[in-house]
Design a protein around this ligand. Structure first.
Ligand SMILES: O=P(O)(O)O[C@H]1O[C@H](CO)[C@@H](O)[C@H]1O
Ligand SMILES: O=c1cc[nH]c(=O)[nH]1
Length: 251
């Protein structure tokens, strides 16, 4: 039986040792809000009163901020784009005690009923066009944690957001979202596309933690590309998404 030569716990432990620290120096909350937009990470961290926490790697292209509370704490992670970097960070955070993850991000929309500003929740990832998931055991389509999905859907609606959940597509090829693939996946009822969800859900299952992503539509892909990050609907959607994420984190 083959197994990884080293574990995330060993890797993080060795990095910490190299800088004269140990796991006791880490401040990783049980709940993690993970986002790929630095301004959103700053806003979420500020709203929670989270303060800078030690990194698990030597690079400064991502960061962690944590607030301690009686429920085990909350960490906001500004994460690298794409499945490989996000998963390395997620594995590190799990090794440091993280137990549940909400990815707070953006997505391309494939369903004309859900324009820019709607907040999509990937439930079952049907199209895996990324390379990271295949390194983990395949126990079926990567799927959101059902309890978190229900809770986050209600919180988004409570904060005035429009939301939907359903089948999903995750890709490594941001600039290769091809018109024929989009048409085919629309016919099959795929709601949207991002770059990390399939791998996050698969790793969550493998490690026995929970994950559910909430991804505001930043651009519509069903006809000509409609890129909406300066639309008022996008700003309203981002605000509802953030309020829902913050309430989940504090609950
Ligand atoms: O990362 P989030 O904000 O989810 O949204 C998407 O945008 C990034 C690409 O611009 C990718 O990371 C993709 O997943
Ligand atoms: O992965 C992504 C994210 C946002 N928009 C897209 O078209 N693709």
């Amino acid at each position: 039986m083959s197994h990884p030569r080293f574990t995330p716990h060993q890797a993080v432990g060795n990095r910490l040792k190299a800088r004269g620290e140990s796991f006791d120096d880490m401040r990783v909350g049980k709940k993690v809000l993970l986002t790929w937009t630095e301004k959103w990470a700053e806003d979420l961290a500020d709203a929670l009163g989270a303060t800078p926490a030690p990194r698990t790697m030597f690079i400064d292209t991502f960061w962690l901020r944590t607030v301690d509370n009686d429920e085990g704490g909350i960490t906001v992670a500004f994460a690298p784009i794409g499945a490989p970097g996000t998963i390395m960070l997620m594995e590190d955070l799990i090794a440091c005690g993280a137990e549940s993850f909400v990815g707070v991000g953006a997505s391309g929309g494939l369903d004309p009923n859900h324009p820019v500003g709607d907040i999509l929740i990937p439930n079952v990832v049907k199209i895996l066009n990324e390379g990271t998931s295949a390194h983990y055991p395949d126990n079926g389509d990567p799927t959101a944690d059902p309890t978190m999905l229900t809770e986050l859907s209600s919180l988004i609606e409570k904060h005035g957001g429009r939301t939907a959940n359903g089948d999903w597509w995750t890709t490594d090829g941001f600039y290769r979202e091809m018109t024929d693939d989009i048409a085919k996946h629309m016919d099959n009822g795929i709601l949207g596309i991002d770059m990390e969800t399939s791998a996050m859900y698969r790793v969550a299952e493998h490690r026995g933690v929970s994950a559910c992503n909430i991804l505001v539509v930043s651009d519509e892909l069903w006809t000509d590309w409609n890129y909406g990050i300066d639309f008022s609907e996008f700003k309203t959607g981002v605000n509802a998404m953030h309020q829902a994420a913050l309430e989940w984190a504090g609950s």
